[in-house]
Design a protein around this ligand. Structure first.
Ligand code: SF4
Ligand code: SF4
Length: 293
């Protein structure tokens, strides 16, 4: 486990719309009946886990990233900073040095290497983190401000926020952004186990293969959860078998479940099939906790 007995479970998927939020919210609520749980929505571009809990009294913390702030009176226009920035976030326009905040990765290179100390780093707001405490469940959600393009710095800031909490539940569920790019890699960083949610369709299989490849490249332990089992074919099951990948649970295809989800309801207590899938998953997680302890 990551540290001091905390088990971090990331829930990810190769594409959006496979049931990542359904699983994250229902699993968190299901487990919170018996133990303290933290659910963090790291899909910072469009977080929606909080919709399912209808909680109020949020603590809101603004989040900042560090950006160079050009000091014209010190600058000799040598151009070193524009050559240093690998992200083309700082350019010279005539007699001015311009920093594009949205492109800056806060690497400090230009600031540290400026011979005139003309680029001191300053905080720049990128979004906020909302923290709610419900019965047995801590719900944390980070959201990028409108116009902000970089999810990774806010994901890192949210992980730091979680690490610095006074009270840390022993099980932490991280609802990750969809896809296989940098935000997902950042979100699963530090997770003990990643559950890849997929659906039994050709699209689901294609995106699952990409997600599995990513997890293997970053050497992350993972298992698969098949959502909407029964609506497609057996290709996902067969492929997982051929690749020796564990299918930790299957959530049956069910119109009522889709309706409950669309109405932002936590469905597991009214839906036996989902409850059984969560029970199976809880046992699997328990085994992994023991294994990694
Ligand atoms: S490196 Fe410093 S002195 Fe040189 S152009 Fe950039 S800000 Fe100006
Ligand atoms: S801090 Fe790094 S990414 Fe940002 S402008 Fe400077 S060199 Fe570029």
């Amino acid at each position: 486990m990551t540290n001091s007995g905390i088990f971090k479970l990331a829930i990810a998927s190769g594409k959006g719309g496979t049931g990542k939020t359904l699983l994250s919210t229902n699993l968190a609520d299901y487990l919170a009946r018996k133990q303290a749980v933290l659910l963090a929505d790291l899909d910072v571009e469009e977080p929606n886990d909080a919709l399912f809990f209808h909680a109020e009294n949020k603590v809101i913390t603004p989040q900042y990233k560090m950006i160079p702030d050009w000091q014209s009176d010190r600058c000799t226009l040598c151009g070193d900073c524009t050559r240093q920035c690998k992200f083309h976030a700082v350019i010279r326009l005539g007699e001015f040095i311009t920093v594009f905040n949205e492109l800056c990765h806060s690497c400090y290179a230009c600031s540290d290497l400026c011979p005139e100390q003309a680029l001191p780093m300053k905080p720049y707001r990128m979004g906020e983190t909302r923290h709610q405490i419900l019965n047995g469940l801590q719900l944390i959600e980070s959201r990028l401000d409108v116009g902000q393009e970089q999810a990774v710095p806010l994901i890192h800031a949210t992980q730091k926020y979680i690490c610095e909490l006074e009270s840390k539940p022993a099980i932490q569920i991280l609802d990750c952004p969809p896809g296989t790019s940098c935000p997902v890699v950042a979100a699963v960083d530090g997770a003990d186990l990643v559950l890849l949610v997929t659906e039994p369709t050709p699209f689901g299989l294609n995106d699952l293969k990409l997600a599995v490849e990513t997890m293997r490249q970053i050497d992350k332990a993972f298992a698969v959860v098949i959502n909407r089992q029964g609506m497609g074919d057996d290709a996902v099951e067969n492929w997982c078998k051929s690749e020796n990948i564990t299918v930790a649970a299957r959530i049956p295809y069910d119109r009522q479940l889709a309706e409950q989800y669309a109405a932002a309801k936590l469905a597991w207590c009214d839906n036996t099939a989902l409850e059984e899938a969560l029970e199976e998953l809880a046992l699997f997680i328990q085994q992994k906790q023991v294994q990694y302890a």
